[in-house]
Design a binder for this molecule. Structure first.
Ligand SMILES: [Fe+2]
Length: 275
């Protein structure tokens, strides 16, 4: 699907999308009784929320009893195959500050994370992810979320050079000697996937990322749209114990945080399936 600002196809899509904009984080919240034993009706509610808004926050009354139960839960939601490119080489990665570590990935610190989609630097696209909160930070650590389809919509309502962001070389991420990953060139927006739905690869960071000469001015406009026009759509939420977020890899970020004795601890799963 190639959208242009004036195409009837886009206008129809934009109109439909307008009906599915959550007003606040309550709009995407689903209460469940027991994450270890989720009811069919609860799974249906979660799926329906993700279908509409590309994201869902769940809140379980009962604490998660094992990582196996978390995998069972996400399988019911629709995840099947998992990205294990993390420091534990595991389906589930524990996101918590690592002290005295040689690993200097920002997710494993208490620093903020700017807007990004997961795996924008990976060859294989991440289509969905989950963050489950075991312990919240004492101060800060809120997550913020922005439906990438709303970003595309805002961009197209104002500009007609979307092709520059859909080009396969719009973004370049230089090779990483640290993870032995070679240089990657990628689109920012694409519908060329088995779902024929929007997939986005992007990060607001300015270091270690380049844009093609053709995409330069479009990327500047995109940054302004994310921080400006889309500010009204962004949802900020601090996950509490036994709560989590599941999304179709929408744009997201995290605020800096401070811990007391108990460290902030989230479990993360990334999947190759769109939900
Ligand atoms: Fe992320």
């Amino acid at each position: 699907m190639i959208f242009t600002a004036k195409s009837a196809e886009f206008l129809r899509w934009a109109e439909e999308k307008e009906k599915n904009i959550p007003q606040n984080s309550d709009g995407i919240l689903v209460n469940i009784h027991d994450i270890n034993n989720v009811k069919t009706s609860e799974i249906a509610k979660i799926k329906e929320t993700i279908y509409k808004y590309n994201s869902c926050i769940y809140s379980s009354k009962i604490a998660l009893k094992s990582n196996t139960n978390l995998l069972k839960f996400v399988e019911l939601v629709g995840m099947r195959t998992y990205d294990c490119n993390n420091i534990e080489s595991n389906e589930i990665s524990t996101i918590t500050p690592l002290q005295n570590s040689k690993i200097n990935y920002i997710p494993y610190t208490d620093k903020p994370l700017n807007w990004h989609t997961d795996g924008y630097y990976d060859k294989k696209s991440i289509f969905s992810w989950l963050l489950h909160c075991v312990n919240p930070a004492t101060q800060g650590g809120e997550n913020y979320l922005l439906d990438h389809e709303l970003v595309l919509r805002e961009y197209l309502l104002r500009n007609d050079d979307i092709n520059n962001l859909m080009a396969e070389d719009a973004l370049t991420i230089p090779e990483s000697k640290y993870t032995s990953r070679s240089e990657i060139s990628t689109y920012i927006f694409s519908f060329k996937n088995k779902y024929k739905r929007l997939h986005m690869r992007f990060s607001m960071r300015k270091d270690n990322i380049g844009t093609s000469a053709k995409a330069n001015s479009a990327v500047i406009k995109l940054r302004e749209i994310i921080e400006g026009n889309c500010a009204k759509y962004s949802l900020t939420y601090k996950l509490q114990k036994n709560e989590g977020i599941i999304t179709n890899n929408i744009l997201h970020g995290r605020k800096a945080f401070k811990d007391d004795k108990v460290k902030r601890k989230l479990l993360r799963i990334r999947s190759y399936e769109r939900l």
